[in-house]
Design a protein around this ligand. Structure first.
Ligand SMILES: Cc1ncc(COP(=O)(O)O)c(C=O)c1O
Length: 485
C-alpha cells in the first residue's frame, strides 16, 4: 500500500530500482525497454557514468545556494555553453526546473519586456490548437490540448488559439506544402489584426509539435512567415523546444532547420536527460538589454532556479552530446528509423501518416487509411465536403476522385462538433488527441452501430457543463493528469 497519490489511483506501479542503457529494471527483476526515454527525456540512456560522476561531485561540492545572492560554476558554464551554441540574437539563459516552468517564465518575460519598453497594453498571447506547453496554469493556457485544459478552463488566462501547422489533415489537395504553410501562418496575421494594434505580446509554438500532435514538423517556409509576421507587429516569437530541442530532431535546436531564430526558446527534457530536473529559456539580447536598462531585475523567480546539481547534470549531458558526436548519430539513426517505419507501416491500413525528424517520429493511427483525413479546424473555410485526397502507399497525398464522399461517420462526428485529431504515438509514447479520430478508430473496432463507444460518448458528454457542474470523464482524467508528460 503506497502513501503516494500516484498519477492513477487504481494502478499498482512497479518499483523502478535501476536503469542501464535503454533498460529499466523493477524490484522484481523485470527488465523494461525504455524505448522513448520516458517522455522524450533520457536521451543518453540510463546510468551514464560520466553524468553520474558530475552530479555526485557537484552535490558533494555545493548542492544549493540561493540565486538571489549567488551564482554557481555549473550554472555559469551551462549558460555559456548554450549561448555559444545558439545563434544570435539569443544571448542569455535562465534556468528553471521543468518545461512548464520554462514556458511560464517565457510568458512572464515577454510581458515584462513589453512593459519595460513602454507597451503595457500588450497582454495577449497567441498559441496553437493541438499543442502542449506544460501543465502549470500559464503553460496550460498557452497550449491547445482540450482534454488537459477541460477541468481547469475557468482558471486559465485568455489565449488566442490559431491553427497548428498540420499538413496531413489540413493541407488542401490543390496546395503545395509551402503554400499550405503560408496559409496556416497567415492565421497569425489575422489573429494579430483581430486583437488590434499593440495588443499582442507573443506567439508561442512548438518548433516540431510533440505530445499533442505527434511529431509534426512545420512545412517549408511556415516558420519564416511566422517570424516575418511577428517582426512586422512587434510580437515576440517564443519557440517551445522542451520536447523537440537539444538534439532530438538531429540539430541541437530544432529551429536551426527552419532558418529562423526565436526571441525566446524554451528547453527541458533532453537538456538534463533525466539526470536532474532542469528546464531553461534563452532570450534575445534585446530583451535582456531592455530589462537591464529598465528595472534591471527579472520579475520572476523560483527557489530552485539555477540549481547547481541540476545544472551540473545538464552540463555533463551537453558535453556528452558534443563530445560523443551524438547529433550526427541522431541523424544517421533517424534516417534508418524512418526507412524502417515506412517499410513496416507504409502499407498498414490503420496508419495514415508517418512523420517526424531525427529520432522524433510518430505514426498517425486512423480507422482506414483510404479515407481522406477529416479536416481539422484549420485555417480557411472548412466545408463538409472538399475535393478529396487519399494517400499513397508511403503516405504522400494523391487526389481522390471528384465528388467522392467522406465516410458518413466522419461527417456525423464533425457535425456533432468532434474535431479531427490524431491518436498518434511514436518515439514519445502514445498520446490521446481529440475526439473524431477516436470515434471512428475505436468505435469501428468495437462494432458500435454509430461508431461511438461508451467511453468516447462519456468523454464528449463530459465536456459539457450540466447544471453548472463539469462532469469530467475518466478518460479525460487519464489524459489531463496521468499522461501529462
Ligand atoms: C512542448 C512541451 N512544452 C512543455 C512541456 C512541459 O514540460 P514539463 O512536463 O517538464 O513541465 C512539455 C512536456 O511534454 C512539452 O512537450
Amino acid at each position: 500500500m503506497s502513501a503516494i497519490f500516484h498519477r492513477t489511483t487504481a494502478h499498482a506501479y512497479p518499483l523502478a530500482v535501476r536503469g542501464e542503457g535503454a533498460y529499466l529494471f523493477d524490484a522484481a527483476g523485470r527488465r523494461y525497454l525504455d524505448a522513448s526515454g520516458g517522455a522524450a527525456v533520457s536521451c543518453l540512456g540510463h546510468g551514464d557514468q560520466e553524468v553520474v560522476a558530475a552530479v555526485a561531485a557537484q552535490a558533494a561540492q555545493l548542492a544549493y545556494a540561493h540565486t538571489s545572492f549567488f551564482s554557481s560554476a555549473p550554472a555559469e558554464a551551462l549558460a555559456e555553453l548554450l549561448v555559444a551554441q545558439a545563434p544570435p540574437p539569443l544571448a542569455r539563459a535562465i534556468f528553471v526546473s521543468s518545461g512548464s516552468e520554462a514556458v511560464e517564465a517565457a510568458i512572464k518575460l515577454a510581458r515584462q519586456f513589453h512593459v519595460e519598453r513602454g507597451e503595457p497594453a500588450r497582454t495577449l498571447l497567441i498559441a496553437r490548437r493541438q499543442s502542449y506547453a506544460g501543465n502549470t496554469l500559464g503553460a496550460l493556457a498557452a497550449g491547445g490540448n482540450p482534454a488537459r485544459r477541460a477541468l481547469y478552463g475557468p482558471l486559465l488566462m485568455d489565449v488566442a488559439l490559431i491553427a497548428p501547422c498540420y499538413a496531413y489533415r489540413e493541407q488542401r489537395p490543390d496546395e503545395t506544402p509551402a503554400a499550405y504553410g503560408l496559409r496556416a501562418a497567415d492565421e497569425l496575421e489575422a489573429a494579430i489584426q483581430a486583437a488590434g494594434p499593440g495588443r499582442v505580446m507573443a506567439f508561442v509554438a512548438e518548433t516540431v509539435a510533440g505530445a499533442t500532435l505527434g511529431c509534426a514538423p512545420p512545412t517549408p517556409g511556415y516558420l519564416r512567415r511566422v517570424r516575418e509576421i511577428c517582426d512586422r507587429h512587434g510580437v515576440l516569437l517564443i519557440l517551445d523546444e522542451v520536447m523537440c530541442g537539444m538534439g532530438r530532431t538531429g540539430s541541437l535546436w530544432a529551429f536551426e532547420q527552419e532558418g529562423v531564430t526565436p526571441d525566446i526558446v524554451t528547453i527541458a527534457k533532453g537538456l538534463g536527460a533525466g539526470y536532474g530536473p532542469i528546464g531553461a529559456l534563452l532570450c534575445s539580447q534585446q530583451i535582456y538589454a531592455t530589462i537591464a536598462a529598465g528595472t534591471g531585475a527579472l520579475a520572476h523567480g523560483h527557489t530552485y532556479m539555477g540549481h547547481p546539481v541540476a545544472c551540473a547534470a545538464a552540463l555533463a549531458v551537453q558535453h556528452a552530446i558534443q563530445e560523443r558526436g551524438l547529433l550526427a548519430r541522431v541523424r544517421a539513426l533517424g534516417a534508418g528509423l524512418e526507412a524502417r517505419l515506412r517499410d513496416a507501416f507504409g502499407d498498414h491500413p490503420h496508419v495514415g501518416d508517418i512523420r517526424g525528424r531525427g529520432l522524433f517520429w510518430a505514426l498517425e493511427l486512423v480507422a482506414d487509411r483510404a479515407e481522406r483525413p477529416a479536416q481539422g479546424p484549420g485555417p480557411g473555410p472548412r466545408p463538409d465536403l472538399l475535393p478529396d485526397g487519399r494517400h499513397d502507399r508511403r503516405g504522400a497525398r494523391r487526389p481522390r476522385a471528384a465528388g467522392a464522399a467522406l465516410h458518413p461517420r466522419r461527417i456525423a462526428a464533425r457535425r456533432a462538433g468532434g474535431e479531427a485529431a490524431p491518436r498518434a504515438w511514436g518515439g514519445v509514447g502514445r498520446e490521446r488527441g481529440g475526439v473524431a479520430g477516436q470515434l471512428t478508430a475505436k468505435g469501428a473496432k468495437a462494432g458500435q452501430p454509430d461508431g461511438i463507444n461508451r467511453e468516447e460518448r462519456e468523454e464528449r458528454e463530459g465536456r459539457t457543463a450540466e447544471g453548472g457542474v463539469l462532469r469530467l470523464p475518466r478518460s479525460a482524467w487519464l489524459d489531463s493528469a496521468a499522461r501529462s508528460s
